[in-house]
Design a protein around this ligand. Structure first.
Ligand SMILES: [Zn+2]
Length: 299
């Protein structure tokens, strides 16, 4: 059984010609249902979060400016989406989808959010299509509610989790691990608890061997009670914004490795989808769908 947070607002249409592939948020649930990887009953429509959970991570002034749509135009430009009430509602519901997911994962082992992985959102500002940091909000929620003593964030999106790193600097309860492209955005990287910066064109073999060497050791050292997995598929060679050289099969093996470790060790895991910008939308959907197929076969 897969438990998946999804709300129709996730596919919120951007202005005509916007380069962000919003369509994937509409096609992924359709594909999961069509092939029977998920059933309609697996889906949950997140409501609006308790604002206390958002403010446990994000600065009140910033959140107020989002809610009142009064964010400075320069700050809006850094986000890259035109600011609207619907966009802010979308981000709030995504955050709630991840909070819901932590409870589901604790009960059932795994939960998904068809969106999120908004790891470029800092405590007091948004960046690169990210307004609120859903997995940071979920991690802080677990810690504040004493549901976990140690949380591990495994961020395998091709871009560094700079916002997540900033949010948890000096916070011993949340360990941030980011494996990303060295020459990719963000060009000025923050310090995660563990960063692995990969050279351009890193392929499956090298990528997977580094991951296999690193993650079990990290889990053994940190002994997390809960794992967040950011399963961005922008590590593909075909990705427009990534610079790595992984194949779709390598990307699936990555998901298999991470999720089977969580499964074997009985550590609950919440997955948010993150980036994926291959020019062919079918490739993006196939790669994201693989994460769910892997989970379906394991759990
Ligand atoms: Zn990315």
């Amino acid at each position: 059984m897969l438990l998946i947070a999804y709300h129709p607002i996730y596919k919120h249409p951007l202005p005509e010609g916007h380069r962000f592939p919003m369509i994937k948020y509409e096609l992924l649930p359709q594909q999961l249902l069509h092939e029977g990887t998920a059933n309609p009953a697996d889906f949950y429509e997140p409501g609006l979060p308790d604002m206390g959970n958002i403010l446990a991570v994000h600065d009140k002034n910033y959140v107020d400016e989002l809610l009142n749509l009064t964010l400075d135009p320069r700050a809006v430009r850094k986000i890259g989406f035109p600011l609207s009430a619907e966009l802010v509602e979308r981000e709030l519901r995504i955050a709630q989808g991840t909070i819901w997911g932590v409870h589901q994962a604790m009960q059932h082992g795994i939960a998904f959010n068809i969106a999120g992985g908004t790891h470029h959102a800092y405590s007091d500002r948004g960046e690169a299509f990210c307004l609120l940091n859903d997995q940071a909000i979920g991690a802080q929620y677990l810690v504040n509610n004493k549901l976990a003593k140690k949380v591990l964030i495994v961020d395998l999106d091709v871009h560094q989790g700079n916002g997540t790193a900033e949010i948890f600097t000096g916070n011993d309860a949340v360990f941030t691990f980011s494996m990303h492209g060295k020459t990719n955005y963000p060009f000025k990287k923050e310090l995660s608890d563990l960063d692995i910066a990969l050279p351009d064109n890193t392929g499956d073999e090298e990528y997977l061997s580094i991951l296999r060497e690193t993650l079990p050791k990290l889990i053994d050292e940190q002994k997390p009670d809960f794992i967040f997995y950011l399963s961005g598929v922008d590590i593909l060679a075909s990705d427009k914004l990534g610079k790595l050289g992984c194949s779709i099969n390598g990307c699936k093996q990555r998901d298999e490795f991470v999720l089977s470790l969580c499964y074997k060790l009985s550590i609950p895991v919440q997955c948010s989808m993150g980036g994926g910008y291959s020019p062919d939308i079918k490739v993006i959907i196939e790669a994201h769908t693989n994460t769910y197929r892997v989970a379906r076969d394991l759990y």
